[in-house]
Design a protein around this ligand. Sequence first.
Ligand code: SF4
Length: 378
Amino acid sequence: MKETEFAAPLLDWYRRAARDLPWRRTQDPYCIWVSEVMLQQTRVAAVVGYYARFLDAFPTVNALADASEEALLSRWQGLGYYSRARNLHRAAKEIVRRGGFPETADELRTLPGIGAYTAGAIASAAFGERAPAVDGNVLRVMSRLSDNHGDILAPSVRREIEAEVSARFPATAEAARIFNQALMELGATVCVPNGPPKCGECPVSGYCLGLARGTAETLPVRAAKKARRVEERTVLVLCRGGRTALRKRPARGLLAGLWEFPNVAGALTEAEVAAQLSAWGLSASDWLRKLSAKHIFTHIEWHMTGYVLSVDGADSQGFAWADAVALREYAMPSAFARFREAAAEIIRPLRHRTTPSPHSGGGENLSSENSILETSNS
Ligand code: SF4
C-alpha cells in the first residue's frame, strides 16, 4: 500500500462515527490548545465542563495572559496537575509578547509546557500541518498496526511511532487537520485499552499486522512502573471564631503556590499535635473530629490523618484565616477536599452550635472517621 492510502478509510470512518466534542468544532489554536492541555491526564467526559467554563472566563489568549494566577488556578480547581495551568499562563504571556500564536509545530514547541504531542495536535488541527501528535491512544494503535513489540514508554519507540504516523499523513491540509484526531478516536473507541480491540469494527483492519499475526491483544508492550512512595502526613483543620487556618504552599515543587490546611510529616498522635500547636503559638480548646484520607499523585501517595480542632491564640505562622465564604475561593488541590468539607461544616455553624464538644484539650472522646479518598491527581 501507499502509506497515505491508509488515511482514506480512517478519515471516512472518523467523519461518520467520531464523537461530537466541542474542541473538534473549532480551528482556533487557542481553544484547541486549552482542550489538549486539559485532556492530558483527565477523561474527556470530565474535561467538557471545565473547557466551557475556562473559555467563558478566559475567551482569548490575551484574556488568559492578563488573568491573575489566583483566578486561573481557581478555574483549574479539580482538574489537578496544576503545573499544566501555570505553563498555560506562562505560554499565553509569551504568545502575547511575541505578537501572535505560532503556526508551526516547531515554533509551538518553544513555548513553556508545549511538547511534541501538544505542538503536533495544535499545528495539525488549527493549521493543517502534517505533524504527528502521539499520545497513549496513538501509541497503542500504532504498535498494534505495525506489530511493534518495543516498550512504548521508551523514547526510541515513541520516535519510531512518530515517524510511522508522519509517513501515513494524508496530503491535503484539510485532511491533515483531522488525521491525528482520527487516530486518537480509533484508540479511544475501537482499538481500546481495556479488553480486546474491536477489530471487527475497525476501518483500518486491512492494514493491521497485529491482527494478521494474532499479536494485537498482547500489544502494546509497556515496562512495569516503579511503585509509588508512600508519605504519611497529619493535616490540621484549625478553627477559630468561625474561620479556618490556611497557608500557601511554596512556589516550587508539588502543588506549588496552592493553598492548603497546615500539615506536617508523619502520623501524629493527639499529644504530638498539641505540641505542634504550641510551637505555632496556638492551643486546642476543642478536639472536634478525626478523619483520614488518601491521595494518589503520579509518584507519591499521601496517607493523611486529619484533626479538626477549635483553637485559641495568635499563630506565629502568618496563617490566612478564611471564613466559610472565603474558603470556597482559595485555590486548593483536591488532595484536601475531604478536609475542606470538614472545615466548612464546622466554621459555618460555629456560632450556633448547640451541642458542646465533650471535652477540651484532650483526645479520649474524639470521634474518629475513616474517609478514604482515592483520586489520581497532582
Ligand atoms: S485491527 Fe484491531 S488491533 Fe488493529 S488497529 Fe484495528 S482495532 Fe486495533
